[in-house]
Design a binder for this molecule. Structure first.
Ligand code: ZN
Length: 108
């Protein structure tokens, strides 16, 4: 048996929310954090895409060599691909070569 740290009422061991006061029970499972995040920096990807996206540098950066070369040869799909990529990166929907979201703004 465990007790609510807020109101002291008895709780079932599997309880995540106190039925009496509605507070979250300490020690209960926390919601899973985003595990599908790329180690690549979103800030660097965005800057690369913005300044040199026309030669696909941001795609090389996240490991997408194939489309990077395509971007290099076509000037970023004639500018349209670069524009789409800038929006995707800014929104956090851009993915690296493993399909993980480039969502981390940190530089490491
Ligand atoms: Zn309570």
């Amino acid at each position: 048996m465990k007790y609510c740290s807020h109101c002291g009422s008895e709780l079932l061991d599997e309880a995540v929310i106190c039925p009496k006061c509605g507070c979250a029970v300490e020690g209960a499972k926390k919601p899973e954090t985003v595990v599908n995040a790329s180690p690549k920096s979103r800030l660097i990807a965005l800057l690369l895409c913005f300044f040199v996206g026309g030669i696909g540098v941001h795609r090389f950066y996240v490991g997408k060599i194939g489309t990077g070369i395509l971007w290099l040869l076509t000037g970023g799909c004639f500018g349209i691909g670069v524009l789409v990529d800038v929006i995707m990166i800014a929104c956090g929907s851009f993915t690296d070569k493993e399909g993980k979201f480039v969502s981390n703004w940190n530089l490491d």
